[in-house]
Write a protein that binds this ligand. Structure first.
Ligand SMILES: *Cc1c(COP(=O)(O)O)cnc(C)c1O
Length: 355
């Protein structure tokens, strides 16, 4: 087994040497009151957004740091967590040489980003209960496997990964262990941020798109040790989080009570939906979920998907994913939407007519 590498060893040599672009807003950082800003070629007439946004998102980061109980220097914000994931590839993976490890069935973006960046994607399937096969992962690990993607709770299966397996991987994986916590707020698990101090190779990604209810503003979060954050900052576009997004996020993070109430309600709806789905004859299996969706196995996913569409309901057919034959992924909606889903499912014929 290869030992765990330091961050400096893992980063691409060209990024280690890179001199980042310095924006107008980087060069002057003094007082703003009473100053005339003639440095960035902006239009001086006020439209509300005529000025460039803060490239470091200082106010927003301060708020997120309080909300997530992490130090500000452990945060990087992106245009969705998809941008954060892409930055991880660009900072740590040498095209044509390096590799990442993903555990299908899981979030499709890891593989797409690997392809876009010319990085080999070593797939080590999740084992029974959709849990990581730790020995198989470590057998594939070496000096070129820079990133290991763990998604917990996992999309599309909904389960959380065993903490014991995650810790074994943090101990033994030579590269960075990226844990995608897009659905963490729906789970009873506290998340892995508390392990940050113990494992410098731990990187977390979170998002405003799911529990926080702001998919439309595109805001993703990376939580990592400052060494990793500093390298990511060198490569990120200077103004990657726009002014409207920063403002909207600031205004809407003031009410953590709203988020907590909605999460509790969605979790309750998930329990109710799961119980009621057991009564549907063609639902063969309902997978345990710690997220705001349920993966269910049905008799014929393509046909049931089409029947739902005919009745005005769009779900996600995940049948193409490894070990997900005949599965549909059902997002938990409002109580009315969930009732409608159940009513439609109950009204469908028990058997698909033979073709
Ligand atoms: C929805 C989702 C995201 C969110 O991506 P954004 O770009 O932040 O909207 C990230 N990871 C997983 C596993 C998801 O399901």
């Amino acid at each position: 087994m290869t030992r765990r590498h330091t961050i400096d060893e893992l980063v691409r040599p060209l990024v280690r040497e890179l001199k980042p672009y310095s924006s107008a807003r980087d060069e002057y950082t003094g007082e703003t009151g009473g100053m005339s800003f003639l440095d960035a070629n902006e239009n001086p007439f006020d439209t509300g957004v005529n000025r460039y946004p803060d490239p470091h998102q200082r106010r927003l980061k301060k708020r997120i740091a309080e909300f997530r109980q992490v130090p500000e220097d452990h945060l990087l914000l992106g245009n969705g967590s998809d941008e954060v994931l892409d930055l991880l590839f660009r900072v740590f993976c040498e095209p044509g040489t390096d590799a990442v490890i993903t555990l299908p069935p899981t979030y499709g973006m890891y593989g797409v980003l690997a392809d876009i960046n010319g990085v080999r994607n070593i797939q080590v399937p999740l084992g029974p209960g959709f849990q990581p096969d730790v020995p198989a992962i470590l057998a594939q690990s070496g000096k070129h496997t820079k990133l290991l993607f763990l998604c917990s709770p996992n999309n599309p299966t909904g389960n959380s990964l065993d903490q014991e397996s995650v810790v074994s991987l943090l101990e033994a994986f030579p590269g960075l262990v990226v844990i995608d916590e897009a659905y963490i707020d729906f789970s009873d698990h506290p998340g892995y941020a508390p392990l940050m101090a113990t494992y410098p190779n731990l990187v977390l990604t979170q998002t405003f798109s799911k529990a926080l209810g702001m998919a439309g503003i595109r805001l993703g979060i990376c939580i990592a040790n400052p060494k990793v954050i500093d390298y990511l900052k060198r490569v990120k576009p200077p103004y990657n989080v726009n002014e409207l997004t920063q403002r909207f996020a600031l205004e809407n993070l003031t009410d953590p009570g709203r988020i907590r109430r909605q999460v509790a309600q969605l979790n309750q709806e998930r329990r109710l939906l799961s119980e009621s789905l057991e009564e549907i004859s063609f639902v063969k299996e309902i997978f345990p979920s710690d997220a705001n969706f349920l993966l269910v196995r049905v008799d014929d996913a393509d046909q049931r998907y089409a029947q739902l569409i005919q009745n005005g309901i769009v779900v996600r057919n995940r049948s193409g994913q490894l070990n997900c034959k005949n599965t549909l992924r059902l997002t938990i909606g409002t109580p009315e939407e969930n009732t409608r889903l159940l009513r439609v499912l109950a009204s469908l014929p028990d058997k698909i007519p033979a073709k």
